[in-house]
Design a protein around this ligand. Structure first.
Ligand code: ADP
Ligand code: ZN
Length: 221
């Protein structure tokens, strides 16, 4: 089953996708995580992507598309995946459709995590990420047991360089201009399901899992 999580930065796509991945045993594919890994490893892709990411802009399609199509072609993604951070504009949605078509597959379910702007800004400005395993925490909403230390692996937590107020505003602007049309695209195809995602993370997860199970059952009949 191929699932996409859509929604503004701070909607909780990463947090939800990571837990959902364990729950339904499909790989979590995050273009943001893949890009940050390239940046920290100093690859040529990372070097080209870095400035765009720090500004809160989208990384050019030709860099992201190849990274994504390679990732979904790997063996662990053949039974399905949970995609987070892609597609982010209409051109990317078209690329994904084409790439899946070549593999004889399609997007099965798109979950739109509808989140208000006030919630998004509060979540992003307090977000803490584990350097080692990528787990997300929040200074007040989801504090780690020990200050600046990951509950899962003991790694050091840090604030992402694009989680500064000015960059957050830019990312929200980009989201409104580029990503909102993607929602309409999947709505028109009939694959989009909307969930209000302002609430607590574990409550939102319950709703997502319900949607996924319902959809999975209807795929079988
Ligand atoms: P968020 O959704 O919270 O903004 P991500 O981790 O998904 O965070 O993305 C961080 C940054 O990585 C984006 O601001 C953008 O620069 C880049 N990025 C991630 N995915 C894409 C994509 N599909 N296309 C272009 N740029 C991307
Ligand atoms: Zn960790």
């Amino acid at each position: 089953m191929r699932i996409i999580l859509l929604g503004p930065p701070g909607a909780g796509k990463g947090t939800q996708a990571k837990t959902l991945a364990q729950e339904i045993k499909l790989p979590h594919i995050s273009t943001g995580d893949l890009l940050r890994k390239n940046v920290s490893q100093g690859t040529s892709l990372g070097k080209q992507a870095q400035d765009f990411m720090n500004k809160g802009a989208l990384v050019p399609d030709e860099l992201v598309n190849q990274m994504l199509t390679e990732r979904i072609s790997l063996p662990d993604a053949q039974e399905g995946f949970i995609l987070d951070g892609y597609p982010r504009n209409l051109a990317q949605a078209g690329i994904l459709d084409e790439a899946l078509k070549k593999l004889g597959k399609q997007v099965d379910l798109v979950v739109y995590l509808d989140t208000s702007e006030a919630v998004v800004i509060q979540r992003l400005s307090g977000r803490l990420v584990c350097k080692n395993c990528g787990a997300n925490f929040h200074a007040t909403n989801m504090p780690p047991k020990k200050a600046m230390t990951c509950d899962n692996c003991g790694g050091a937590l840090y604030q992402r360089s694009d989680d500064k107020e000015e960059t957050i505003r830019k990312r929200l602007e980009v989201y409104r201009d580029e990503c909102a049309p993607v929602i309409k695209y999947y709505q028109a195809k009939g694959t989009l399901q909307r969930l209000v995602a302002d609430g607590e993370a574990n409550k939102v997860l319950v709703d997502i899992v319900k949607l996924v199970r319902k959809h999975h059952d209807s795929l079988k009949v």
